[in-house]
Design a protein around this ligand. Structure first.
Ligand SMILES: Cc1cc2nc3c(=O)[nH]c(=O)nc-3n(C[C@H](O)[C@H](O)[C@H](O)COP(=O)(O)O)c2cc1C
Length: 388
């Protein structure tokens, strides 16, 4: 068992273990990947303020997200095709999250279905909804989330069109993978992944197969979905979906103060400042840069979470110090899952928790709830002087 000390260690094991097609799917941004890169490098521009001579013997990272107790405010973000990173990946990630006391979000584009995850886990999870044009399908999807007792829906707003990731096209990404000579050659080096995959029946899009009329061929399901993303999506339709659900709603993919104001006006329980991990609009600013202006606009009206670029507990601490009430991680837990299944997700959460707890303490804070901008050193032009 290798010594794992940071998220990067998990990423190295993940890369060795999982087929290239799925590693590339995760580890890419759209077009030039500028936003993908800056999501992480912009966190490095922020510095923490070291404080001493404070009693830090009793500490807590606990808090609440949408009224739900959490051991630390770090939810697992919705990630499509998680069940291709590791057999039964969604169930394993959801179990690890529940044991750790943080929320898990199941993607519409998951391999394990909503029902499957509900049957195989104890704690309620959040369900992420992509808005598709097929109204009938949307209604049934929301009813299925209700029947599975999901505690919130996360409506993703930044994917009306699918951002282009060059590697996905070049690799011929599909679930399950098409057995071409190139993929077969690569799969031959990933035998542990393959053996586990052979032992599960969950190898296609569980929320779509059998639920979309006339679409029984798994290979065409991904294409069907991307053709059915709702290009007409507007605030009125978001409100309709919120009413259809009737429970807690998190609006994800907000990167602009004006959009944040609209989301708060609609009565969302929380918003996620996110650029989809740099997978959609290449050239957009990083989430951490946009957090300040969005906090100024709506921080007192709605819970504001942040994702995109978090790879450590220090990053979580920086986001919280900038005012976020919570965070989400995507790749950081996928690396763990791909590397070591459920144990790897737990390891990712433990790593981030340890870093968060220690960094908070060394900033002279005992409770995450007491963390504010005071512990942060922000370069003068961090948010930039952009001409609109
Ligand atoms: C491989 C992959 C698949 C994703 N699939 C979805 C998805 O199905 N739905 C969604 O709302 N966001 C999806 N996202 C975006 C994540 O929810 C989250 O916003 C992003 O991963 C945060 O950035 P990070 O990976 O740097 O933490 C995906 C991200 C990745 C890396």
């Amino acid at each position: 068992m290798p010594v794992i000390t940071c998220i990067d260690d998990l990423k190295r094991i993940y890369r060795r273990r999982v087929p290239k097609m799925f590693y590339d799917y995760c580890e890419s941004g759209s077009w030039t990947e500028q936003t993908f890169r800056e999501n992480t490098s912009d966190f490095d521009l922020l510095r923490l303020r070291q404080r001493v001579a404070v009693d830090i013997s009793e500490r807590s990272t606990a808090g609440q997200m949408i009224g739900q107790d959490v051991s630390m405010p770090v939810a697992l973000a919705p990630v499509g095709l998680t069940g291709m990173q590791h057999a039964d990946g969604e169930i394993k990630a959801a179990r690890a999250a529940a044991e750790f006391g943080v929320p898990y979000t199941l993607s519409t584009m998951s391999i394990c279905s909503i029902e499957d995850v509900a049957e195989n886990t104890e704690a309620p999870f959040w369900f992420q909804v992509y808005t598709l044009t097929d109204d009938d399908y949307m209604r049934r999807l929301i009813d299925r989330a209700k029947a599975a007792k999901c505690s919130a829906i996360v409506i993703t707003l930044d994917l009306q069109l699918l951002g282009q990731r060059h590697k996905d096209l070049k690799n011929g990404l599909s679930a399950p993978p098409k057995l071409t000579p190139k993929t077969l050659a690569n799969l031959a080096t990933k035998w542990a992944w393959g053996l586990e995959m052979l032992q599960t029946q969950r190898r296609s899009f569980g929320n779509l197969v059998g639920h979309v009329e006339g679409l029984e061929d798994p290979a065409s399901l991904g294409a069907w979905t991307s053709q059915n993303f709702d290009l007409t999506l507007d605030w009125k339709r978001i409100e309709t979906l919120m009413n259809m659900w009737g429970g807690k709603v998190i609006l994800k993919g907000i990167l602009d103060a004006e959009d944040a104001k609209m989301a708060a006006k609609l009565g969302a329980d929380a918003i996620v400042v996110s650029n989809h991990g740099g997978r959609q609009l290449d050239g957009a600013l990083s989430s951490i840069r946009m957090l300040g202006p969005i906090m100024d606009a709506v921080g007192d009206q709605v819970e504001v979470y942040l994702d995109s670029g978090i790879r450590s507990g220090q990053d979580v601490l920086k986001a919280m110090a900038m005012g976020a009430k919570g965070t989400m991680i995507g790749r950081a837990y996928v690396y763990g899952l791909g590397a070591m299944g459920q144990k790897g997700v737990t390891k990712a959460l433990e790593t981030i928790h340890k870093e968060l707890d220690m960094s908070m303490a060394l900033c002279g804070k005992r409770r995450l709830a007491d963390v504010d901008r005071d512990i942060l050193l922000v370069p003068e032009d961090f948010e930039g002087r952009w001409q609109g």
